[in-house]
Ligand binder design. Structure first.
Ligand code: HEC
Length: 255
């Protein structure tokens, strides 16, 4: 998971919990209502229908009888009448006034955080998080990185690859906008240091993003290691080779 984009994802997860809760509660309520109608009311829904109709007339549409109060507009026999406004429309209006007062007090009197402030808070939190990570992992960089071979490290790399890289490099590394990562031809070199460096710094002019604000050094190491496992695999629709044949030197793939 990208460490520096945590808030939107955390929100999405929280929203998922609430959706499950709402679905669960409403299912139970509907079930109980059905049981009540069948067993307590003997499926006689007439009283309930009457009740609902009364409520609707009272609070929603208003007992609608067209009133013949003319407003003196007559266009070729088509007249305009002054009928009452349905209650639901008024509730919207009153509601927005009440909401507006609450909003004003919360944000402009009591100093609630506006979206610009929220953005700054999130950026500050992310900056702290980033400093913590760099303190732990900052020693990993393109000069000293080694290939990881542990299964869980490669699985992490694959997870992030499938989430962030496939739109340009394809699921199997065959390449789309970005080059084929499975062949031995590399534009920027095929050693782990080269691959790590490209992931970290990107090639902005060519559309390869710099990922160092999205991933931690460790995550980029996992990604680079995973990318190198694609070497020699057979993608479905390989893009033709770009760059130069990379000859593995003794230290370029050091474990
Ligand atoms: C928006 C499209 C895009 C995305 C997303 C993308 N790449 Fe790239 N990538 C490119 C392009 C384009 C190049 C070629 C750059 C060049 O020509 O210099 C490239 C080049 C590379 C290279 C160097 C290949 C070589 O031949 O030297 C590596 C390694 C790489 N990408 C890895 C990744 C990884 C890992 C991810 C996901 C974290 C990723 N890319 C996401 C577009 C993308």
């Amino acid at each position: 998971m990208a460490l520096f984009l945590p808030l939107s994802e955390a929100r999405a997860e929280g929203a998922g919990d609430i959706a499950v809760l709402i679905t669960g509660v409403s299912t139970v309520v509907i079930m109980m209502l059905l049981l009540f109608i069948v067993f307590v009311m003997n499926a006689d829904v007439a009283p309930m229908t009457r009740l609902l109709a009364t409520l609707r007339n009272r609070f929603w549409t208003g007992a609608y009888t067209e009133q013949k109060i003319g407003v003196d507009h007559d266009f070729d026999g088509i007249t305009e009448l002054d009928n009452r406004i349905p209650p639901w429309f008024n509730y919207l209006f009153y509601g927005s006034v009440v909401f507006g007062i609450g909003y004003f007090i919360h944000f402009h009197v009591l100093g609630g955080t506006l979206s610009a402030g929220e953005y700054e808070q999130q950026m500050a939190a992310a900056a702290i998080e980033r400093r913590v990570v760099l303190a732990n992992e900052g020693s990993i960089d393109e000069n000293n990185i080694a290939v990881l071979t542990a299964a869980d490290a490669l699985a992490n790399g694959e997870g992030n690859y499938q989430k962030y890289c496939v739109s340009c490099h394809a699921k199997d590394g065959g390449g789309i906008v970005g080059p084929n990562l499975t062949d031995q031809y590399w534009i920027h070199g095929g050693g782990v240091k080269d691959v790590y460096g490209i992931i970290k710094n990107g090639v902005a002019a060519k559309g390869m993003i710099s990922w160092q604000l999205v991933f931690t050094p460790k995550q980029m190491q996992e990604l680079a290691s995973y990318v190198l496992t694609l070497q020699g695999t057979k993608p479905l629709a390989p893009k033709k080779a770009e760059g130069e044949l990379f000859v593995v030197k003794a230290d370029s793939l050091k474990k």
